[in-house]
Design a protein around this ligand. Sequence first.
Ligand code: FMN
Length: 209
Amino acid sequence: MSHLLFIEANDSTHQKKGISSELNDAFLNAYRESHPDDAVTVLNLFEERLPFFDLKLASAAGRLFKGEELTGDDATHAQRLQEYLNGFLDADKVVFSFPMWNLTVPAPLHNYMDYLAQAGQTFRYTAEGSIGLVEDKQVLLIHSRGGDYSTKEKASSEHAVRYMLDLLAFFGIEDVSTVILEGHQQYPERASELINQALQECRQFGREF
Ligand SMILES: Cc1cc2nc3c(=O)[nH]c(=O)nc-3n(C[C@H](O)[C@H](O)[C@H](O)COP(=O)(O)O)c2cc1C
Protein backbone atom coordinates (compact mmCIF):
# COMPACT_ATOMS: atom_id res chain seq x y z
CA MET A 1 0.00 0.00 0.00
CA SER A 2 1.33 3.45 -0.92
CA HIS A 3 0.51 6.80 0.57
CA LEU A 4 -0.41 9.61 -1.86
CA LEU A 5 -0.31 13.20 -0.66
CA PHE A 6 -2.35 15.46 -2.95
CA ILE A 7 -1.58 19.14 -2.39
CA GLU A 8 -4.02 21.63 -3.90
CA ALA A 9 -3.21 25.32 -4.21
CA ASN A 10 -6.35 26.53 -5.93
CA ASP A 11 -8.77 28.65 -3.96
CA SER A 12 -11.64 26.23 -3.57
CA THR A 13 -12.77 28.19 -0.49
CA HIS A 14 -14.04 30.85 -2.91
CA GLN A 15 -14.48 29.12 -6.25
CA LYS A 16 -15.76 25.57 -5.99
CA LYS A 17 -15.38 24.55 -9.61
CA GLY A 18 -12.46 26.21 -11.34
CA ILE A 19 -10.62 24.33 -14.03
CA SER A 20 -8.02 23.18 -11.47
CA SER A 21 -10.78 21.43 -9.50
CA GLU A 22 -11.86 19.57 -12.64
CA LEU A 23 -8.28 18.45 -13.31
CA ASN A 24 -7.95 17.37 -9.67
CA ASP A 25 -11.19 15.36 -9.77
CA ALA A 26 -10.11 13.67 -13.01
CA PHE A 27 -6.83 12.57 -11.44
CA LEU A 28 -8.23 11.63 -8.02
CA ASN A 29 -11.23 9.67 -9.32
CA ALA A 30 -9.01 7.62 -11.62
CA TYR A 31 -6.38 7.18 -8.90
CA ARG A 32 -8.84 6.00 -6.26
CA GLU A 33 -10.46 3.60 -8.71
CA SER A 34 -7.20 1.99 -9.78
CA HIS A 35 -5.39 2.10 -6.39
CA PRO A 36 -8.20 1.11 -3.99
CA ASP A 37 -5.79 0.07 -1.21
CA ASP A 38 -3.71 3.26 -1.17
CA ALA A 39 -4.09 5.93 1.49
CA VAL A 40 -4.89 9.33 -0.05
CA THR A 41 -4.48 12.59 1.89
CA VAL A 42 -5.79 15.78 0.25
CA LEU A 43 -4.36 19.03 1.59
CA ASN A 44 -5.88 22.29 0.36
CA LEU A 45 -3.41 25.03 1.15
CA PHE A 46 -6.01 27.81 0.90
CA GLU A 47 -8.01 26.04 3.59
CA GLU A 48 -5.02 25.23 5.81
CA ARG A 49 -4.04 28.90 6.30
CA LEU A 50 -0.48 28.10 7.40
CA PRO A 51 1.13 30.85 9.48
CA PHE A 52 3.42 32.98 7.33
CA PHE A 53 6.96 31.63 7.15
CA ASP A 54 9.42 34.17 8.54
CA LEU A 55 12.80 34.15 10.27
CA LYS A 56 11.22 33.75 13.71
CA LEU A 57 9.56 30.54 12.55
CA ALA A 58 12.74 29.43 10.73
CA SER A 59 14.74 29.89 13.90
CA ALA A 60 12.13 28.11 16.10
CA ALA A 61 12.00 25.19 13.65
CA GLY A 62 15.82 24.96 13.65
CA ARG A 63 15.79 24.79 17.46
CA LEU A 64 13.01 22.17 17.44
CA PHE A 65 15.01 19.97 15.03
CA LYS A 66 17.99 20.20 17.42
CA GLY A 67 15.78 18.88 20.24
CA GLU A 68 15.52 22.15 22.18
CA GLU A 69 12.47 22.83 24.38
CA LEU A 70 10.25 25.54 22.90
CA THR A 71 7.43 27.47 24.53
CA GLY A 72 4.43 29.61 23.47
CA ASP A 73 3.85 30.54 19.82
CA ASP A 74 7.34 29.36 18.85
CA ALA A 75 6.45 25.83 20.00
CA THR A 76 2.99 25.83 18.36
CA HIS A 77 4.17 27.18 15.01
CA ALA A 78 7.37 25.12 14.81
CA GLN A 79 5.48 21.91 15.65
CA ARG A 80 2.96 22.74 12.95
CA LEU A 81 5.78 23.25 10.45
CA GLN A 82 7.23 19.90 11.47
CA GLU A 83 3.84 18.18 10.96
CA TYR A 84 3.55 19.51 7.38
CA LEU A 85 7.17 18.63 6.67
CA ASN A 86 6.73 15.08 8.02
CA GLY A 87 3.49 14.69 6.04
CA PHE A 88 5.46 15.46 2.89
CA LEU A 89 8.46 13.29 3.80
CA ASP A 90 6.28 10.31 4.78
CA ALA A 91 4.32 10.23 1.51
CA ASP A 92 5.48 7.83 -1.22
CA LYS A 93 3.92 9.91 -3.99
CA VAL A 94 3.06 13.60 -4.02
CA VAL A 95 0.87 15.58 -6.43
CA PHE A 96 1.02 19.38 -6.46
CA SER A 97 -1.92 20.97 -8.26
CA PHE A 98 -1.66 24.72 -8.79
CA PRO A 99 -2.68 27.45 -11.24
CA MET A 100 -0.35 30.23 -12.36
CA TRP A 101 -0.93 33.42 -10.44
CA ASN A 102 0.95 36.47 -11.63
CA LEU A 103 3.59 34.42 -13.41
CA THR A 104 4.32 32.19 -10.45
CA VAL A 105 2.63 29.88 -7.91
CA PRO A 106 -0.11 31.17 -5.55
CA ALA A 107 1.36 32.52 -2.29
CA PRO A 108 0.05 29.68 -0.04
CA LEU A 109 2.03 27.18 -2.14
CA HIS A 110 5.17 29.31 -1.95
CA ASN A 111 4.68 29.49 1.83
CA TYR A 112 4.26 25.69 2.03
CA MET A 113 7.45 25.17 -0.03
CA ASP A 114 9.25 27.43 2.47
CA TYR A 115 7.99 25.08 5.23
CA LEU A 116 9.55 22.14 3.36
CA ALA A 117 12.88 23.84 2.64
CA GLN A 118 14.55 23.09 5.98
CA ALA A 119 18.32 22.54 6.20
CA GLY A 120 19.06 19.10 7.60
CA GLN A 121 15.58 17.82 6.59
CA THR A 122 15.13 18.23 2.82
CA PHE A 123 18.65 19.42 1.93
CA ARG A 124 21.98 20.08 3.58
CA TYR A 125 24.92 22.32 2.91
CA THR A 126 28.35 20.87 2.12
CA ALA A 127 31.66 22.45 1.12
CA GLU A 128 30.78 21.56 -2.49
CA GLY A 129 27.34 23.17 -2.33
CA SER A 130 23.94 21.95 -1.18
CA ILE A 131 22.71 18.40 -1.62
CA GLY A 132 19.13 17.13 -1.59
CA LEU A 133 18.07 14.66 1.10
CA VAL A 134 14.71 13.47 -0.24
CA GLU A 135 14.94 10.07 -1.90
CA ASP A 136 12.47 7.72 -3.51
CA LYS A 137 9.62 10.13 -3.94
CA GLN A 138 7.51 10.27 -7.06
CA VAL A 139 6.02 13.69 -7.84
CA LEU A 140 3.42 14.93 -10.31
CA LEU A 141 2.73 18.60 -11.03
CA ILE A 142 -0.75 19.45 -12.35
CA HIS A 143 -0.67 23.04 -13.52
CA SER A 144 -2.99 25.35 -15.42
CA ARG A 145 -2.45 28.84 -16.77
CA GLY A 146 -4.64 30.92 -19.04
CA GLY A 147 -1.81 32.14 -21.26
CA ASP A 148 0.63 30.30 -23.48
CA TYR A 149 4.18 30.28 -22.12
CA SER A 150 5.50 27.64 -24.49
CA THR A 151 6.81 30.18 -27.01
CA LYS A 152 10.43 31.40 -27.01
CA GLU A 153 9.34 34.97 -26.18
CA LYS A 154 7.20 33.96 -23.18
CA ALA A 155 9.17 31.01 -21.76
CA SER A 156 11.40 33.16 -19.52
CA SER A 157 8.29 34.63 -17.82
CA GLU A 158 7.19 31.21 -16.63
CA HIS A 159 8.11 31.07 -12.92
CA ALA A 160 5.53 28.58 -11.68
CA VAL A 161 6.50 25.12 -12.98
CA ARG A 162 10.15 26.17 -13.29
CA TYR A 163 10.21 27.23 -9.63
CA MET A 164 8.64 23.95 -8.49
CA LEU A 165 11.02 21.84 -10.60
CA ASP A 166 14.07 23.77 -9.36
CA LEU A 167 13.09 23.54 -5.70
CA LEU A 168 12.17 19.85 -5.92
CA ALA A 169 15.53 19.17 -7.60
CA PHE A 170 17.17 21.12 -4.74
CA PHE A 171 15.49 18.63 -2.36
CA GLY A 172 16.96 15.80 -4.46
CA ILE A 173 13.69 14.81 -6.19
CA GLU A 174 14.27 13.84 -9.79
CA ASP A 175 11.18 11.77 -10.56
CA VAL A 176 8.81 14.59 -11.50
CA SER A 177 6.11 14.41 -14.18
CA THR A 178 3.89 17.26 -15.35
CA VAL A 179 0.44 17.84 -16.77
CA ILE A 180 0.24 21.42 -18.05
CA LEU A 181 -2.93 23.05 -19.32
CA GLU A 182 -2.03 26.35 -20.94
CA GLY A 183 -3.53 28.85 -23.34
CA HIS A 184 -7.21 28.03 -22.76
CA GLN A 185 -7.92 31.72 -22.04
CA GLN A 186 -5.52 33.12 -24.65
CA TYR A 187 -7.03 30.90 -27.39
CA PRO A 188 -10.75 30.68 -26.52
CA GLU A 189 -11.52 28.88 -29.79
CA ARG A 190 -9.24 26.03 -28.70
CA ALA A 191 -10.23 26.05 -25.01
CA SER A 192 -12.32 22.88 -24.94
CA GLU A 193 -9.76 20.92 -26.98
CA LEU A 194 -6.93 22.02 -24.61
CA ILE A 195 -9.01 21.30 -21.50
CA ASN A 196 -10.11 17.88 -22.74
CA GLN A 197 -6.53 16.94 -23.54
CA ALA A 198 -5.39 17.94 -20.01
CA LEU A 199 -8.32 16.06 -18.41
CA GLN A 200 -7.38 12.97 -20.36
CA GLU A 201 -3.74 13.25 -19.22
CA CYS A 202 -4.90 13.63 -15.60
CA ARG A 203 -7.04 10.48 -15.89
CA GLN A 204 -4.13 8.59 -17.39
CA PHE A 205 -1.75 9.70 -14.61
CA GLY A 206 -4.46 8.78 -12.10
CA ARG A 207 -4.45 5.23 -13.41
CA GLU A 208 -0.69 4.86 -13.82
CA PHE A 209 0.92 7.05 -11.13
C1 FMN B 1 -5.03 36.09 -9.33
C2 FMN B 1 -4.82 35.43 -10.67
C3 FMN B 1 -3.62 35.64 -11.37
C4 FMN B 1 -3.42 35.00 -12.60
N1 FMN B 1 -2.23 35.17 -13.25
C5 FMN B 1 -2.02 34.56 -14.44
C6 FMN B 1 -0.77 34.71 -15.12
O1 FMN B 1 0.15 35.37 -14.69
N2 FMN B 1 -0.62 34.06 -16.32
C7 FMN B 1 -1.61 33.26 -16.85
O2 FMN B 1 -1.41 32.70 -17.91
N3 FMN B 1 -2.79 33.09 -16.21
C8 FMN B 1 -3.01 33.72 -15.02
N4 FMN B 1 -4.20 33.56 -14.37
C9 FMN B 1 -5.21 32.65 -14.96
C10 FMN B 1 -5.14 31.27 -14.31
O3 FMN B 1 -3.83 30.76 -14.26
C11 FMN B 1 -6.01 30.29 -15.08
O4 FMN B 1 -7.32 30.78 -15.14
C12 FMN B 1 -5.99 28.95 -14.45
O5 FMN B 1 -6.49 28.01 -15.37
C13 FMN B 1 -6.78 29.03 -13.15
O6 FMN B 1 -7.40 27.87 -12.82
P1 FMN B 1 -8.72 27.86 -11.92
O7 FMN B 1 -9.87 27.94 -12.88
O8 FMN B 1 -8.66 26.59 -11.21
O9 FMN B 1 -8.63 29.04 -10.98
C14 FMN B 1 -4.44 34.17 -13.14
C15 FMN B 1 -5.63 33.99 -12.44
C16 FMN B 1 -5.82 34.61 -11.23
C17 FMN B 1 -7.13 34.38 -10.48
